[in-house]
Design a protein around this ligand. Structure first.
Ligand code: F6R
Length: 605
């Protein structure tokens, strides 16, 4: 999703802006641009479609001077990825960069056109520049002009304004979309996240919803939604935790897959001490009557796995929903229930809105987030870090398994609190969880087998994934990973659903990937596999050694999963889902870390 950077510095700013934009690349983008004010107060901009290298090439041939500037990576919402639609947008003496959606832009645009102002792009953002420029032309000073424009905006935005003639001034604002101010020594910075600001400063202030700020090199004056000047805390961020580095791997995704045994070990060490689960105060499940688990994409699928655990282990009814549906459905929620928002970024607009709805209706809200400083972490009653470390690849891998691990711990805590597990039974499940990092390490050895299978998968037009019980959502996740990384159409189904429709798709060209550990449901899944093979379907069976020994007759290929892990095997089966998608994408030559059309942090709905 769009990334914003702004600098009031003491050096030539355009190389710094491009460098910071490079750190925001992981959010996904299709064009980029920068604007600067030079020492004589002249405002100018450069924009380019495609990768950042196109913008930096442009700047080599047409340099931009100045110590004050703003920059942007654009993920198109309104209008195609063209130079005219790229940010910064400029009108007269103001340039603007924006992340979010201005919902009333059509109305504003019509007004501006009626006033004789001609938009140059198809974007919603340009209306902000047009409005502000219009007010400046009418005589308002820059800060007042920006404020007057801000008052008209509906929707979600993080905005930075830069003004002609002002070498030491920037106005920034946020509503819905994240924005962080960085404090330097005689320099000020603003960015979509702390990652972008990490090379400049470790002192960060997060703006709250509705805030705007007036920045000069001397500091930031912050105003709340009512226009009152307010103080917002400065936080020290761990710059080491924002390191963006492939660590010798070809792609961030490969690195992040390989990190899973370590980061899951970190999660276990954080939340489990001996045979005790240690959670923040207030997480006692004794009198909870229901749980709602909500997220988007992969995070939603983590919740879907957890539904099985909460219900089976704790006997706790559990609803699972995608945030974009939950937020508008107005679901009736019991006042004794809890709501758990799951999000890697902690900024996903739909999940944030679902959390806002739930806060008014339930006994407790919990945010399961990887980015501890995010809006969901701040807004939930209790934030539980998922401790995956920074995830750069747009497609989620380690964040998913860390979410699963925290959710498994919560389900065990719920089962213990509610008397469904005694101390000994809890200790048994905790031992299973503790075995997961070692088993993940074994599962990582499947990379080469997955690479070999990717030759076959990369030829397919369609791929089906089947699973039962808690492996069903993992099948959904496998299909999602393959779609987003390799652009091959893939669907996940509950194995038992096959004969209710999807079986019509089966022929010898459709690979069917079956997730079937040798458990109580194994024989049923083997029967479903027979139905596929009777129709010449080509099966890839993922099972443990016992399952492979008893169920692999007639299959196209097998992947031998480690046995063990008890109820928490879904965490293990995530690994081959990731590797199959990763290697198939590499075989097809797609952009693994930044798949087309996707964004890492989806801050618009
Ligand atoms: C898929 C993927 C997305 C995200 C989804 C939610 O690989 O990464 O489906 O899971 O956009 O994002 P967060 O977890 O940041 O709320």
């Amino acid at each position: 999703m769009c990334g914003i950077i702004g600098i009031l510095g003491n050096h030539e700013v355009s190389p710094q802006l491009v460098d910071a934009l490079r750190r925001l690349e992981y959010r996904g983008y299709d064009s980029a641009g920068v604007a600067t004010v030079d020492d004589r107060g002249r405002l100018d901009r450069r924009r380019a479609v495609g990768k950042l290298v196109n913008l930096s090439d442009r700047l080599v041939h047409e340099p931009l001077r100045g110590h004050a500037g703003i920059g942007h990576t654009r993920w198109a919402t309104h209008g195609a990825a063209t130079e005219a639609n790229a940010h910064p947008h400029r009108h007269g003496r103001v340039a603007v960069v924006h992340n979010g959606i201005i919902e009333n832009f059509r109305e504003l645009r019509d007004e501006l056109i009626a006033a004789g102002i001609r938009p140059q792009s198809q974007t919603d953002t340009e209306t902000v520049a047009l409005l502000t420029g219009q007010h400046m032309d009418a005589g308002l000073p820059p800060v007042e002009a920006a404020r007057t424009a801000l008052a008209r905006l509906q929707g979600a935005f993080a905005l930075a304004f830069l003004f002609e003639g002002e070498t030491d001034l920037m106005v920034v604002a946020r509503k819905g979309s994240p924005l962080a101010i960085g404090h330097g020594d005689g320099e000020m910075f603003v960015g979509s996240d702390a990652v972008a600001l990490a090379p400049f400063t470790d002192r960060i202030t997060y703006l709250e919803d509705g805030d705007h700020a007036v920045l000069t090199r001397a500091g930031a004056l912050i105003y709340d939604r009512d226009g009152h000047q307010v103080g917002r805390p400065q936080n020290r961020i761990d710059v080491g935790a924002t390191a963006i580095d492939k660590g010798g791997y070809r792609h961030f995704m490969a690195k992040e897959i390989a990190e899973q045994p370590v980061v899951i070990g970190d999660v276990l060490n954080h939340y489990i001490k001996g045979d005790r689960i240690v959670l923040p105060e207030g997480l006692d499940f004794t009198s909870v009557d229901r749980i709602s688990l909500v997220g988007c994409g992969t995070a939603h699928l983590a919740g879907h796995v957890a539904k099985y655990w909460f219900e089976q282990l704790a006997g706790l009814p559990c609803d699972i929903d995608v945030a974009s549906e939950f937020r508008y459905r107005e679901p009736p929620l019991s006042p004794e229930s809890w709501f758990i928002a799951i999000s890697q970024s902690g900024e996903t607009a739909d999940t944030l809105a679902a959390l806002d709805y739930a806060r008014a209706h339930v006994a407790r809200t919990v945010g399961l987030v990887n980015v501890g400083t995010s809006a969901i972490a701040r807004d939930a009653d209790i934030a539980l870090p998922t401790l995956a470390g920074i995830e750069v690849s747009v497609a989620s891998s380690k964040a998913f398994t860390c979410q699963l691990t925290v959710l498994a711990i919560l389900a065990l805590k719920a089962a213990h609190d509610r008397g469904r597990l005694d101390d000994a039974a809890l200790a048994g499940h905790l031992a299973d969880l503790r075995s997961i990092p070692g088993l993940l390490q074994q599962a990582l050895n499947l990379s080469e087998d997955c690479r070999a299978l990717s030759e076959w998968l990369s030829q397919a037009q369609d791929v089906l994934y089947l699973g039962r019980g808690a492996l069903f959502p993992v099948a959904l996740e496998g299909a999602l990973k393959l779609k987003e990384l390799s652009y091959i159409h893939a669907e996940g189904y509950a194995s038992g659903e096959l004969k209710h429709g999807p079986i019509a798709l089966i022929d010898r060209d459709v690979p069917v990937i079956v997730l079937a550990p040798h458990d109580g449901l194994f024989d049923k899944t083997i029967s479903n596999m027979q139905e596929v093979m009777a129709r010449h379907g080509q099966i890839l069976l993922l099972s443990d050694p016992e399952g492979i020994a008893s169920g692999s007759d007639g299959v196209h290929a097998t992947l031998r999963m480690p046995a063990g892990g008890g109820l928490f095997q879904p965490i293990l089966y995530a690994i081959p889902m990731q590797y199959l998608a990763y290697h198939t994408a590499v075989a097809k030559g797609t952009d693994v870390d930044q798949p087309r059309n996707l964004a890492k942090s989806v801050t618009v709905e």
